[in-house]
Design a protein around this ligand. Structure first.
Ligand code: G6P
Length: 369
């Protein structure tokens, strides 16, 4: 495989920086840019109006993309979504109503558990759509529809650009289903598509934080544990941010729904543990800010990832602030907020001298159970 690092020190750095471009390319494949509407590159083999349920299964980062998508499919297409990690789903014996839709997500298309989840769903009479990066993969071949994410080869073991491209495809799919089911009007579809089209530029803005990430990374590198908090679609991003940090730096990290703080993790708060709060300016900002203040009141080591308006609302003593564009406030903010989480984990690992492209014990593609 001939892919070079260009001017980057690691494949991961290159892949992080490619995201505005590859997400733009993925969007162009699923949107009619001239009309400002969704245009799926395949026919759906079922009537979206008759669909009553969607099941999603995947592993690792691809799973978290599915958790973000659940918010979109429920909100924009009013479809109930069941999501589980593939290693659990394949053995759950979940009853699936004939004709339902199973979505599997896999960068490599070769993950053994995800493939087994797919086969189970097929045997249960589901339509199977796979969101994949490698279109010649086993998962792509065994699915009824293979929806490509067009991220290009991803070499870094920790997934970055595949994640945001998976999100881009999921977003388009949710809007297409919402429109076909009569949940979204044409005007709503166009407004949401306009937001999606604006996203790569906002991702490019988020990347400009890199210089500010480095000093924060040195700080986080001293910690033995870190907590990530988020609400709504920022909750799976908290999970993904924590996964990235542990994969790359071997620092223990947990992602939590901000609203769950009081049910346990608040007991961990002290001056030494970084608490990274992902706070896009959406309808839940006020609630997230009040969780942040609970951490501040206990002397927590706070790092806020959000717009200036969130920093103002927080009015708390912050150990760090990564400023996100104010416009990344809508439904698709997750694509933008993924970037600072990736950059932080990357720079912590670089500072600690870890092997970022090949973290210990991890494999790019897990083809055994
Ligand atoms: C491994 C990789 C992760 C990836 C996961 C799922 O754990 O290290 O980066 O998210 O597998 O892989 P897939 O190819 O199915 O997306």
């Amino acid at each position: 495989l001939l892919v070079d690092k260009g001017n980057y020190r690691h494949y991961m750095a290159k892949e992080i920086h490619e995201q505005p471009e590859v997400v733009g390319r993925a969007l162009a494949h699923y949107l009619d840019l001239a009309k400002g509407t969704v245009r799926l590159p395949f026919e759906l083999p079922f009537d979206p109006k008759a669909l009553t349920r969607v099941t999603i299964s995947a592993c690792g980062t691809a799973f978290y993309a599915g958790v973000v998508a659940r918010y979109w499919l429920e909100r924009f297409a009013r479809l109930p979504v069941d999501i589980d990690i593939a290693s659990e789903f394949r053995y759950r014996e979940a009853p699936l109503a004939e004709g339902g839709l199973m979505i599997v997500v896999s960068q490599s298309g070769e993950t053994a558990d995800t493939l087994a989840a797919l086969r189970y769903a097929k045997a249960e009479g589901q339509h199977v759509l796979a969101i994949v990066n490698v279109d010649t993969s086993t998962i792509a071949r065994e699915s009824e529809i293979a929806a490509p994410i067009l991220a290009g080869p991803e070499i870094g073991v920790a997934s970055t650009k595949a994640f945001t491209c998976q999100l881009a495809v999921f977003a388009c799919l949710a809007l297409a289903l919402g429109r076909a089911r009569g949940v979204l009007s044409e005007a709503q579809e166009k407004a949401l598509v306009a937001e999606l089209i604006a996203t790569p530029a906002l991702m490019a803005q988020a990347l400009k934080n890199e210089a500010r990430v480095e000093p924060l990374a040195r700080d986080v590198a001293r910690a033995s544990s870190a907590l990530y908090l988020g609400r709504g679609p920022a909750y799976p991003l908290a999970l993904e941010g924590a996964l990235k940090l542990k994969e790359l730096s071997y620092i223990h990290a947990e992602g939590y729904a901000a609203g769950e703080l009081k049910h346990g993790p608040i007991a961990l708060i002290d001056y030494a543990m970084p608490v990274i709060v992902l706070a896009p300016h959406d309808a839940s900002l006020e609630k997230t800010v009040s969780n942040l203040q609970e951490v501040a009141a206990r002397g927590g080591h706070l790092i806020l990832i959000g717009p200036e308006s969130a920093r103002k609302a927080a009015a708390a003593d912050l150990a760090g602030f990564l400023e996100m564009p104010e416009e990344a406030a809508g439904a698709f903010a997750a694509l933008v907020y993924a970037i600072p989480a990736q950059l932080l984990a990357y720079h912590v690992a670089v500072f600690m001298g870890k092997d970022v492209d090949q973290p210990r014990n991890l494999a790019k593609s897990v083809t055994v159970e």
